[in-house]
Design a protein around this ligand. Structure first.
Ligand SMILES: Cc1ncc(C[n+]2csc(CCOP(=O)(O)OP(=O)(O)O)c2C)c(N)n1
Ligand SMILES: [Mg+2]
Length: 672
C-alpha cells in the first residue's frame, strides 16, 4: 500500500505508526549510529500488534500472564524502544530515547534484558530471539498445564527478519516448535528482501513458506503496511493449531524518498536532509523527538487498555488456593524451595558412606533424582543424548503436545536451539532449565550460552564426556579447549566435580543460582568417591579446597579437577612415600575460588611450595593459579593436554598423553 492511500484510508493508524518512525529516525540520527530501516518498515505491523492484539499493561511490565513480545531482529531496537516509550513504560522516558546507544542509557544498541522493563530477552545476535521464544512458548504450555489456563494463557509474539531466518539456529527452533505444536507462538517475518549486502536473493532463495510448513507450521501472509490486512492476518494467526509464521511484506526504510527499499537504510542514520524529506512524505511537521500530546495520549491509552485484563487475571489468581498461589509466585520469582538443602544434605550423607565408584555423569543423574522431586519447576532435556548425559530421572515424563505436564524436553540434535530455548524457559518464568550434550559440543551451543551469561540466566548445562577420558570416540569428541572457553566467559560457573559428593555440591549451587549459568563438565568414566567423611558444608562453593593435606613438611601442592583429582592423590602417595610432603587441592570451580577473599586463597595456595596442576585439557586457565597467587614460574608445572587427543581406550590415552600419577610425581620432583 502506498503512503498516500494509507494516510487517506487509515489516518489514526498512520499517526500512531509515524510516531514510531519519527522517533527511530531521530534517535539514530542523534546517536549517529543505529538501524532506522527496520523500525520504519515494521512500524505498521507493530502498531497493529500493540493496538489490537498484544496483551500487556505498560504499568505492569512483569505481569505474569502478559503476552511476550520478542524483537528477534534486535538491530531494530528503536522499534521496541519507541513502542515502550509511546505506550508509557515508566523506564522508557523520552530522555532515554534521546540517549539511545549512549553510556548509561537503558536503551542500549541492541535490546538488553535487565536494562529496560519491557525488554523480554537480549537480542542482536540474529536467530537468538526466535529460538529463545520457543523456550518461552514451552514454559507457557508447561505452566498452563501445572497451574491452569485461568492464570496462564498468553502468546509469544516474535518479530524476525531475513537474517534471523537465515541463521542456522532458526532451523533448530522451527523444527522443535513445529513438533511441539506450539500454537502460542506467532512469528512476524519482516519480509523486506534486504540484508546488509543488498537483496536477500544475493545469498538465499529459500521458499520460507514451504520451509516452515515442512516443519508443521501454519503460514500466513499480509501487506505489512496495510493495517486492515495486518489485522486480518494476526487475527487468523491467533486461531491456528500450531505455531504460525506471518509473512509481512514490507519495505525497509518505508517512506524515505531516496533510501527506502535499499540496504543503505539498514544500519546508518538517514542524515538530516533525508530525514527532512521523509518527514514531508509522512506529513509529520514536528521537530526532532517531538510527539504531539494527542498522539502520545492515544498511545498511552493503548498502553493501559490491558489493565482490566490484568485486574481480572489477578482476581483469578486470588481464586487459587493459598498454597497454589504461593507456589505460582515462588516459581515465577525463581527462588528454589527450602526442601532442596536438606535433600542435598541427605544425598551427600548417604553417598559419602556408600562411596560408589561411578562416573560423574552417573552421579549427576543420582543427584537429579534427589533434586527433581523437590524442585517441581525443573525442565530437563538433552540434545538427543539422554542415555549418555543421564539427564532424565524416573519421575520425569516427556513434555509433549499431549502431555504438557511432562518436564523432559526431547530437544533433538539441536544444541544451539536447546540452549536458546533454555534461556527462554527461564526468562518466561516458572521453569528452571537444564539440558545436556557432550561437552565438546559446547561449541554448537555457545551463541546461546553466551547470552545466558550476559543476561544472567541460571541455566544448567550438563556437559558429559568431558575429556580424553571418553576414549574411543576420539578427538572429534574429546574436549580440550572447552574448559578454557567456559572459564573465559564472564558470569559463568564452570564446575568439574571429582566425585559423587562434589557433583551433588555443584548441582546444589547450579540449581539454586540466581543470575549465573553453570556448566557441569562430567566424566564418562567411573571415578571413586573421594570425600568419604560427610560434611554439611558445601566445599565446592569455595571453588577449591584441600582434599588431602601434606604429611610432614609441605614441599608441593598439586591442583586438579574432576577425573584428575584421583590421579593427583595417587601422585601424592608416590611423593609421600619418598618423604615429599604433598598437599592436594581439588579445584572444582575456578570462578568461585577466585571470588574467595585473599585470606582463604592464601590458605589454600600459600607461597613457597612447588605447584603442579593436572587437568586433561589445555593449560591456559591454570596460569593464574600456577604463576599468580604467590606462585613462581620456576616452581610451577602443568600436566595436561596440548593437542586434540586421539582415538583409543581411555586408559591408553592417559598413558600416551602422560597424564599419570607417575608423570605428575616426576613433574613435582623436577621442580623441587
Ligand atoms: C549472528 C549475527 N550475525 C551477523 C550480525 C550482523 N547483522 C546485523 S543485521 C544484519 C542483516 C540482517 O538482515 P535482516 O534481518 O534482513 O535485517 P534488515 O536489513 O531487513 O533490517 C547482520 C548481518 C548479527 N547481528 N548477528
Ligand atoms: Mg531484511
Amino acid at each position: 500500500m502506498d503512503i498516500a492511500t494509507l494516510r487517506a484510508n487509515h489516518p489514526d493508524h498512520w499517526k500512531l505508526a509515524t510516531a514510531i518512525r519519527a522517533l527511530a529516525m531521530d534517535a539514530v540520527q542523534a546517536a549517529n549510529s543505529g538501524h532506522p530501516g527496520m523500525p520504519m518498515g515494521m512500524a505498521d505491523v507493530a502498531t497493529v500488534l500493540y493496538r489490537n492484539h498484544l496483551k500487556f499493561d505498560a504499568s505492569a511490565p512483569n505481569w505474569a500472564d502478559r503476552d511476550r513480545f520478542i524483537l528477534s531482529a534486535g538491530h531494530g531496537s528503536m522499534l521496541l524502544y519507541a513502542l515502550l516509550h509511546l505506550t508509557g513504560y515508566k523506564q522508557a522516558t523520552l530522555d532515554e530515547v534521546k540517549n539511545f546507544r549512549q553510556w548509561g542509557s537503558r536503551m542500549a544498541g541492541h535490546p538488553e534484558y535487565g536494562h529496560l522493563e519491557g525488554v523480554e530477552t537480549t537480542t542482536g545476535p540474529l536467530g537468538q530471539g526466535i529460538s529463545t521464544a520457543v523456550g518461552m512458548a514451552i514454559a507457557e504450555k508447561s505452566m498452563a498445564a501445572r497451574f491452569g489456563k485461568k492464570v496462564v494463557d498468553h502468546k509469544i509474539w516474535v518479530i524476525a527478519g531475513d537474517g534471523c531466518l537465515m541463521e542456522g539456529i532458526s532451523q533448530e527452533a522451527i523444527g522443535l516448535a513445529g513438533k511441539q505444536e506450539l500454537d502460542n507462538l506467532i512469528v512476524l517475518w519482516d519480509n523486506n528482501n534486504i540484508t546488509i549486502d543488498g537483496r536477500v536473493t544475493v545469498s538465499d532463495i529459500t521458499d520460507q513458506h514451504k520451509r516452515f510448513e515442512a516443519s508443521g507450521w501454519t503460514t500466513l501472509a499480509c501487506d505489512g503496511h496495510d493495517p486492515a490486512d495486518i489485522d486480518r492476518a494476526l487475527t487468523e494467526a491467533k486461531k491456528a493449531k500450531g505455531p504460525v509464521l506471518v509473512d509481512c511484506k514490507t519495505i525497509i526504510g518505508f517512506g524515505s524518498p531516496n533510501k527506502a527499499d535499499s540496504y543503505s537504510v539498514h544500519g546508518s542514520p538517514l542524515g538530516d536532509a533525508e530525514i527532512a524529506l521523509t518527514r514531508e512524505v509522512y506529513g509529520w511537521g514536528y521537530g526532532p523527538f517531538e510527539i504531539p500530546a494527542e498522539i502520545k495520549a492515544e498511545w498511552e491509552a493503548i498502553g493501559s487498555k490491558g489493565a482490566s485484563d490484568r485486574a481480572e487475571w489477578e482476581a483469578r489468581l486470588n481464586g487459587l488456593s493459598a498454597a497454589k498461589k504461593a507456589e505460582f509466585e515462588r516459581q515465577m520469582a525463581g527462588g528454589v524451595p527450602k526442601k532442596l538443602a536438606s535433600a542435598i544434605r541427605a544425598f551427600k550423607k548417604a553417598n559419602s558412606e556408600a562411596a560408589p565408584k561411578v562416573a560423574t555423569r552417573k552421579a549427576s543423574e543420582m543427584v537429579l533424582a534427589a533434586i527433581n522431586p523437590v524442585v517441581p519447576e525443573t525442565i530437563g532435556g538433552s540434545a538427543d543424548l539422554t542415555g549418555s548425559n543421564l539427564t532424565k530421572t524416573a519421575d520425569m515424563a516427556d513434555f509433549m503436545p499431549d502431555n504438557r505436564k511432562g518436564r523432559y524436553v526431547r530437544y533433538g540434535i539441536r544444541e544451539h536451539g536447546m540452549a536458546a530455548a533454555m534461556n527462554g524457559l527461564w526468562l518466561h518464568g516458572g521453569a528452571r532449565p537444564y539440558g545436556g550434550t557432550f561437552f565438546c559440543f559446547t561449541d554448537y551451543a555457545r551463541g546461546a550460552m553466551r547470552l545466558s551469561a550476559l543476561m544472567g540466566v541460571p541455566a544448567v548445562y550438563v556437559m558429559t564426556h568431558d575429556s580424553i577420558g571418553l576414549g574411543e570416540d576420539g578427538p572429534t569428541h574429546q574436549p580440550v579447549e572447552h574448559l578454557a572457553i567456559c572459564r573465559a566467559t564472564p558470569n559463568t560457573w564452570t564446575f568439574r566435580p571429582a566425585d559423587v559428593i562434589e557433583t551433588a555440591e555443584a548441582w546444589e549451587l547450579a540449581i539454586s543460582a540466581e543470575k549465573t549459568p553453570s556448566v557441569l563438565a562430567l566424566s564418562r568414566q567411573n571415578l571413586p568417591t573421594l570425600r568419604k567423611t560427610h560434611t554439611n558444608t558445601n566445599m565446592v562453593a569455595k571453588g577449591a579446597y584441600v582434599i588431602e593435606e601434606a604429611a610432614g613438611k609441605r614441599q608441593a601442592i598439586i591442583m586438579a579437577t574432576g577425573s584428575e583429582v584421583e590421579i593427583a592423590l595417587k601422585a601424592r602417595d608416590i611423593l609421600q612415600a619418598q618423604a615429599i610432603g604433598t598437599r592436594v587441592v581439588s579445584m572444582p570451580c575456578m570462578e568461585l575460588f577466585a571470588a574467595q577473599d585473599e585470606a582463604y586463597r592464601r590458605k589454600i595456595l600459600p607461597p613457597g611450595a612447588v605447584r603442579v596442576a593436572v587437568e586433561a585439557a589445555v593449560r591456559q586457565p591454570w596460569d593464574r593459579w600456577l604463576l599468580g597467587e604467590r606462585g613462581t614460574e620456576k616452581k610451577a608445572g602443568f600436566v595436561g593436554m596440548d593437542s586434540f587427543g586421539a582415538s583409543a581406550p581411555a586408559e591408553r590415552l592417559y598413558a600416551e598423553f602422560g597424564i599419570t600419577p607417575e608423570a605428575v610425581a616426576e613433574k613435582v620432583k623436577s621442580l623441587l
